[in-house]
Design a protein around this ligand. Sequence first.
Ligand code: ADP
Ligand code: MG
Length: 701
Amino acid sequence: MQDYLQQEIKFLAGVGPKRAELLNKELGIYTFEDLLYYFPYKYIDRSKFYKINELNPNLPYIQLRGKIVSFDTLGTGNKKRLIAYFSDGTGTIELLWFKGLSYIQKSLLLNNEYIIFGKPGYFGGKYNIIHPEVEDSLKSQNVIQAKLQAHYNTTEKLKKNFLHSKAVSKLVNNLLIILKNKIQETLPVFLLNKYKLISLDAALVNIHFPQNADLLKKAIYRLKFEELFYIQLNILQKRSFRIQKSIGYVFSKVGEYLNRFYQDNLPFELTDAQKRVLKEIRKDLGSGKQMNRLLQGDVGSGKTLVALMSMLIALDNGFQACIMAPTEILANQHFTTIKELLIGLPVQVDLLTGSTKTAARKTIHENLRNGDLNILIGTHALIEDTVQFKNLGLVIIDEQHRFGVAQRAKLWTKNDQPSHILVMTATPIPRTLAMTIYGDLDISVIDELPPGRKPIQTTHLYDSRRLRMFGFLKQQIEQGRQIYIVYPLIKESEKMDYKDLEDGYESISRAFPPPKYAVSVVHGKMKPQEKDAAMNLFIKGQTHIMVATTVIEVGVNIPNASVMVIESAERFGLSQLHQLRGRVGRGADQSFCILMTSYKLSNEARKRIEIITRTNDGFEIAEADLKLRGPGDMEGTQQSGLAFDLKIANLGQDGQLIQYVRDIAEGILDDDPELKNSDNFIFAKQLKKISSKKVDFSVIS
Ligand code: ADP
Ligand code: MG
């Protein structure tokens, strides 16, 4: 069958070179196999025949059986149309054509039994169907007859060349005739039996030409099962190979640094979640295998502390550690926070960013090489080749999705032996998605906020309430609080967005005039120094309001800021809204998030606003986001390329199935890690095929 499937599509009956080129270009169908796996996007039930006297104007697509009793041509030129009067004995309906009139009239016979399919219209007391599908009742019994008719996505260009859904269906039919009894099973029999899956052959036939609704369901299930199963088997096997092969520095002891920090410097009791995650990390660090862990924790959950304590373990074992952050502001903030947390301890910490002066840079390079510097904090500057460590043992990457894969990879090859890696993200990823795109990493979750935080109150206001909103902000400022006002900034509409920001800044400056109020502004067009200067004024409490674009989105921690106003909130995605909101609610005071929108909201925007005002739970929001947008837009999936490669499964909707097949794959690998048993031979073969073709899902790190 392999040979058949890899044949070029142009050799299929009904295709030829010209159509082949269209199929290549428009749908990416190059081979028989591509067509076989080009699945319908919907099915229409054609099991029911309506009677004409049963029709009502609200029916969707319907099917009738009857005869054409007469033809008529009306109008001239552009307005010319063909009418066929169609009767089934209970009444008459008009079939209408505006194009291809003479061809259609020639191809249709009076008093022959036809099956008519289309959406009925109701006009002037009469029913009609415009451009119906017409099939010869007798002939249609000879092709593989499907009561649920499959519909395929095609493009305008294809339709112009008569490759509409029905034509694709015919091609698939031709293909299935050739492949009859030749489709080889891709899952072993024991698995089919155990999990009640239909054969690949039956699944492929029924996905295109379902014999009935039940078989269609089984076909979809079988194909989704297989697709997700092999993804998990692939990831899990790679992961187990990595763990087997990997060697990592053994951080066996907890010593001076961590102990003294714990006794003298720890400013508060760790949350249970922080304790649990630290335990997981310590276990990794002591295992002799390289740690490769993703730490997920909602904004404000206290990841920095976990990062610092992990680094102290590295120091206790004679190693250096570093943190890489995506922006200078964040790197600065980590540096300040960590230095403060370490006061009185003999730990050397330094900061390296794009703005570090040459002389200081030189000193840092030197101290890294001779080991005098214990912890380095910085931005991309850390991955430059000139940055050499004496013995880097642990690399921490904050807000990891902000970095490219290559950038990240560069950091942990800075030693002869790979350092331990902890990547941190405040963008919660739904579990099933994480299992798939980060399937190769171990995952820790901080699912608890430090005590005493009051949940942020989120409100949605229309633009017309702006003055009231300003009034509220004044009250908050009176109470000593600070305020963020954020404007969207999107590449495609950058110019207008800057205009909005400028206009907004102006009206805010007018409403909050000096000397009583001070307003600062930060946006992407400013030089880094200007940005930092404005940011610092706000951090130090010298300005009341910070007007900004999304540059403040990640990580910035200003506990005194208690209000986040998001302008044009309808233009932000859910996870972005959640990230922005996370900038407040960091102190002991009640915090607020105000979403400003115009009256005009799309349904989807309305849903997003509804979700974000209802819940503060990042994981719930991520799940909702995944369902709303699909995985293609989720952070992380772009890099993995995965979301686009799925033929039938849907990472947003098939969460349960993902977990299910992952467990099955795990069981199989536990018994036979290399898939050498004869029962499992077919797995190995399929994996080989998959990895020769597809993106490698596991190379996220
Ligand atoms: P994130 O996970 O978003 O990086 P941070 O590490 O910036 O969160 O922590 C947010 C705030 O919570 C900081 O002000 C930090 O000092 C505080 N914090 C962290 N852990 C605790 C804790 N266990 N108890 C109380 N406050 C904590
Ligand atoms: Mg953080």
